[in-house]
Design a protein around this ligand. Structure first.
Ligand SMILES: NC(=O)CC[C@H](N)C(=O)O
Length: 381
């Protein structure tokens, strides 16, 4: 028999459900993701550090867990909220059920709750602090949510960045899912020659970003978030990549400073947190979105061509388009709410996107940004 669990929000709303995975008590910002597949990549995306993630897709767990689909070495969410847990995986690749995986990593899950009601509430009231528990009463859980830390001002990068510099070994893998009739090995993309030596800052980097960079001809050395600009420049890179990552981009002054020093001295490309850090480094601002963009169906328009791409997203903060840094052009917007999705420098070889061209999970419409980075490096030689 599974235990009872509850999810309490800081505004007093409580959802009763059933526990899976680990039990106990956890707190974190509760947010929702509208992806229909890809729960494993979402659980292991370091950008979700500190958050309790709700999946809007009604049944989760049906294809289990497959080690090679993880975006990092472990799950990062503080809790996982689903409508209906499927605990009998049906996939020839699966080696573990979702609940066993979360139990192994001590992550609390809850199902049997109305995720549609929860999501509609978060859409109108905004993402908020919450408590997921198998131990506390409703009143105690609401108080625990109210006493927990806010996502505003949070630096989770220090918890997820690499502690050592390393060279990405060039593991290749298709960024499209292999067909069931082919073996995974047989379907790996051949690696192209590594033409550009780049340094990638790890603020919580996803493996598929490393794979996509390598696939497009980048030889990647990954460095900790605290690496100085001078140490990076001493490695004589052809360009520098700024990764995705968790928490509030405004809290990372120690990174803004170093990125500022890199601008104009090497080509730069940033994704998600990396994009927001470029905004700060150039003197702009970010702000917290009401409930964020998390899912695989976010429409993004390139303002220069009019072209629309359906993108994968996972962010709770955004670049403030009203207070843009000098020499910065907005290249992309989100067509749902007109927020900034991409910028470039009109002076230096620097561009960045708020969404996730590496997908994992999500559509591959934006895959060309990795090619654009190579072109920018070529053009600035
Ligand atoms: N995926 C990311 O890099 C997220 C960036 C940042 N933590 C945000 O929520 O906006």
């Amino acid at each position: 028999m599974r235990k009872k669990a509850l999810l309490a929000l800081e505004d007093g709303r409580v959802f009763q459900g059933t526990a899976f995975g680990h039990d106990g008590t956890t707190t974190g910002e509760v947010c929702f993701n509208t992806s229909m597949t890809g729960y494993q990549e979402i659980l292991t995306d370091p950008s979700y550090r500190g958050q309790i993630v709700t999946m809007t897709y009604p049944q989760i767990g049906n294809y289990g867990i497959t080690a090679e689909d993880s975006e990092s070495a472990q799950p990062h969410v503080r809790g996982f909220v689903v409508g209906e847990l499927c605990d009998v995986p049906s996939s020839w690749r699966s080696t573990q059920s979702l609940s066993d995986y979360l139990a192994e990593h001590k992550v609390l899950g809850i199902d049997d709750i109305d995720t549609r009601a929860l999501t509609k509430h978060l859409r109108s009231a905004g993402a908020m602090r919450s408590c997921l528990t198998t131990e506390l009463s409703e009143e105690e859980a609401v108080k625990a949510a109210q006493a927990s830390d806010s996502m505003l001002g949070a630096d989770f990068v220090k918890e997820v960045t690499t502690d050592k510099t390393y060279h990405w070994d060039g593991e290749s893998r298709p960024w499209t899912i292999p067909s069931v009739s082919q073996s995974i090995e047989g379907n790996y993309l051949p690696l192209s020659e590594a033409k550009y030596k780049i340094v990638a800052y790890d603020f919580g980097i996803k493996r598929n970003i490393l794979r996509r960079l390598r696939q497009e001809g980048f030889d990647v050395t990954v460095v900790p978030a605290t690496t100085s600009a001078s140490d990076v420049l001493a490695m004589s890179p052809d360009g520098v990549f700024l990764s995705n990552g968790p928490g509030d981009p405004a809290s990372l002054d120690y990174v803004h400073k170093e990125v500022r020093e890199l601008i104009g001295r090497t080509p730069l490309f940033g994704i998600c947190l990396g994009h927001q850090l470029l905004t700060h480094a150039c003197g702009g601002k970010t702000y917290k979105l009401k409930f964020g963009h998390r899912g695989g169906n976010q429409p993004v328009q390139d303002l220069r061509t009019g072209k629309v791409e359906i993108t994968a997203q996972n962010h709770g903060f955004a670049t403030d388009g009203e207070n843009l840094p000098p020499d910065t052009e907005v290249t992309h917007i989100n067509l749902n709410d007109q927020t900034v999705e991409g910028t470039r420098s009109t002076k230096d070889p620097v561009f960045s996107v708020q969404h996730h061209p590496e997908a994992a999970p999500g559509p591959n419409d934006s895959k060309e940004f990795f090619v654009d980075f190579a072109k920018m490096i070529e053009g600035s030689r």
